[in-house]
Ligand binder design. Structure first.
Ligand SMILES: Nc1ncnc2c1ncn2[C@@H]1O[C@H](COP(=O)(O)OP(=O)(O)OP(=O)(O)O)[C@@H](O)[C@H]1O
Length: 632
């Protein structure tokens, strides 16, 4: 089926939603071809046939416990064309779009076969810089404004050859293009914070991809959940982009007829089978020619969806599976060869002559990435880091402890109890703050890493540095209150030593929280694991038990609480100190039960152990994060 519209590879603007001339023509227009794409997944321990799969194949699929999601889909999309992929829910649209974006997982029994080429070449990671991918769910930071979101994306995704001002100007241009200027200073919002509307959020997501002026733009349901006017505006903006020389492919559920006729080409899927590929204006004629014409005038998209669901207009075939089979076999007889011919004939006009040597380079330097990510992180998380609730929680706890220990000065039992309370509180608190960090960021990290926006190391360092102020300020306030109210040793050196040790242990616990979050990437499991681990560490900390069976005594050597408590005790006591062990009897502090367990010696070793943990946990967190955003 040909495309009834005349395509304009030179990039004349036309149609809908705005003037794309503010954007340069894409540097390398892309011809996207896909041929006989088949995608199979293995379902372990179950024997399932494909839902509504063709009868003959059902048995074979059951035997293999394998499900075929895409069953030989072909098509070609040229620069200046916009293809819509239609079909019922579960028909395979998103799977195909993900395959076209080079993001489909192939490990763990998942197989993708057939060919997908971009200007005649297979997918290469360099394409990510020339391709925009808008996912169905908008993955955006809720506390950034529309303008901040787009400016930070521009700073990260546009090359270093552009000055900061030029990147900002590009973000402004995108906002103007997508009609976002009026809400530029509104925050994005999310489930818990009210922000811009769903349509505006979607336009921000599209804007993030438009910023890089991609030659190939793939969008998963860009209009879902929007009213038809807003949906129309979005599709017409995309039409403008396509007609400016880009190749645009989108999945869409139920477009209005006005939207439907904006598409140059349509691919209709039914249970993974293609049942139509060709010009949007020819689709009704094609189905009429094979005996399926609507009995009353209707929106073509509704009619196509009925057909793909197996509902024939005249209801002559009651069995929906029969209708689907008839349509799939009509495609094979009538269209398959035609599409194959179109694939052969459409030249790879823009074929790249040589491999892209910049494939593995980044748009921006490590420092630029670090700087922008740190700035963005501080903006996005300032409400959380400096939350009144968190500050109140810490200060109230410190004051409460201060009042409880107000009259305990000089009493060893109470003082050592206070030290262990400080150890416990400042081991528990940071771990449970840090554990949420990476699981909450997973979607964003995946999205941005797949777009090759930044190195993992720059992200990781920005995150660590961004967390630092609050990680250090709050414990300092808390320790100061408890130290002086609780009557600990009134000497500056002892105070600073205790403060230093506590801050170090806060950073170690934070690292442990980050590592657990990054390894498990699931909040419930990570918090459970952290509770168990911290309880073990606390119990082995030296305060509660003195006689520990040898087979379990080693736990203290991996316990952050043990080293922290030991160093805190040494900040307050030396071997020369004594305490009142019975009325009118003084004993050496070294004989006090808890002090006996942790000891007053080997201070340097304890410090080294904390420093090793400080580095090690962060290294584990980094290694855990390396899995995110990697397609297998
Ligand atoms: N990795 C996977 N594991 C199990 N099932 C999968 C996997 N990937 C896709 N599927 C299944 O394949 C089918 C097609 O999914 P896909 O998301 O492509 O459909 P869709 O047409 O985009 O649906 P929707 O319009 O609801 O988004 C669905 O039944 C889905 O459950």
């Amino acid at each position: 089926m040909g495309n009834e519209r005349e395509t304009q590879p030179d990039g004349a603007a036309g149609g809908g939603g705005g003037d794309p001339s503010i954007f340069a023509k894409p540097q390398r227009p892309v011809t996207l071809k896909f041929e006989d794409v088949v995608y199979k997944i293995k379902i372990k321990g179950k024997s399932i046939g494909g839902s509504g799969s063709m009868k003959g194949k059902k048995k074979e699929e059951e035997a293999d416990a394998e499900r075929t999601i895409l069953k030989g889909v072909s098509g070609v999309v040229l620069p200046c064309e916009m293809l819509a992929m239609l079909g019922p829910s579960g028909s395979g649209k998103t799977t195909l779009l993900t395959a076209l974006g080079g993001r489909l997982a192939r490990s763990g029994g998942r197989q993708l076969s057939g060919s997908i080429t971009y200007n005649g070449r297979a997918f290469a990671s360099s394409l990510n810089r020339n391709m925009g991918f808008v996912t169905q769910d908008d993955v955006l930071y809720p506390h950034l404004t529309v303008a901040e979101t787009l400016v930070y994306t521009a700073l990260l995704r546009l090359p270093s050859t552009l000055a900061r001002q030029e990147k900002v100007a590009q973000a402004e241009a995108v906002m103007a293009e997508l009609g976002l200027a009026s809400c530029r200073n509104s925050i994005i919002g999310g489930p818990l914070v009210r922000g811009v509307s769903g349509g505006e959020r979607k336009r921000v997501s599209i804007g993030q991809e438009m910023l890089i002026n991609p030659s190939l733009l793939l969008l998963d349901e860009p209009t879902s959940g929007l009213d038809s006017t807003i949906a129309g505006r979005i599709v017409s903006a995309l039409l403008s982009l396509a007609e400016g020389g880009r190749t645009v492919v989108m999945t869409i559920h139920q477009p209005s007829s006005r939207i439907f006729y904006m598409f140059h080409k349509v691919l209709l899927l039914s249970d993974g089978h293609p049942i139509y590929f060709g010009g949007a204006s020819h689709v009704m004629g094609y189905f009429a020619s094979i005996g399926y014409a609507p009995s009353v005038p209707m929106n073509p998209a509704d009619f196509l969806l009925d057909l793909a669901n197996g509902v024939s207009p005249d209801q002559t075939l009651d069995d929906q599976t029969c209708v689907k089979e008839a349509l799939a076999s009509a495609y094979r007889v009538q269209l398959h060869n035609q599409v194959a011919e179109e694939l052969r004939e459409s030249s790879n006009q823009y074929e790249e002559k040589e491999a892209d040597k910049t494939a593995n380079q980044w748009c921006t330097s490590w420092w630029e990435q670090f700087h922008v990510l740190l700035e963005r992180d501080l903006k996005e998380r300032k409400h959380e880091s400096f939350s009144g609730l968190k500050i109140a929680q810490v200060i109230i706890t410190a004051l409460l402890a201060g009042f409880l220990w107000l009259q305990s000065g000089g009493h060893a039992q109470d003082q050592i109890g206070l030290l262990f309370f400080i150890t416990g509180f400042w081991n528990f608190f940071p771990i449970f703050q840090a554990i949420f960090t990476f699981p909450q960021e997973r979607m964003m990290l995946t999205k941005e890493r797949l777009s090759r926006m930044y190195r993992l190391s720059s992200y990781f360092m920005a995150r660590l540095v961004g967390d630092l102020p609050m990680e250090l300020i709050l414990p300092t306030i808390s320790i100061t209150i408890m130290y002086w109210m609780g009557g600990l040793k009134p000497a500056a050196a002892s105070y600073f030593m205790l403060l230093f040790v506590t801050l170090l242990s806060v950073l170690v616990s934070q690292g442990l929280g980050l590592a657990l979050g990054a390894l498990v990437m699931e909040l419930k499991a990570a918090t459970t694991l952290a509770s168990v681990l911290m309880l073990c560490f606390m119990l082995a900390g030296g305060y509660y038990v003195q006689k520990v069976p040898p087979f379990i005594a080693w736990i203290k050597y991996v316990s952050v609480s043990f080293y922290t408590f030991k160093l805190q005790i040494t900040s307050q006591y030396s071997l020369a100190d004594s305490y009142e062990c019975a009325p009118n009897l003084t004993c050496s502090i070294a004989d006090f039960p808890a002090v006996k367990v942790v000891g007053l010696d080997h201070k340097v070793l304890a410090l080294v152990a904390l420093f090793v943990m400080l580095v090690l946990y962060r290294l584990v967190a980094y290694l855990g994060l390396m899995r995110v955003g990697v397609i297998r």
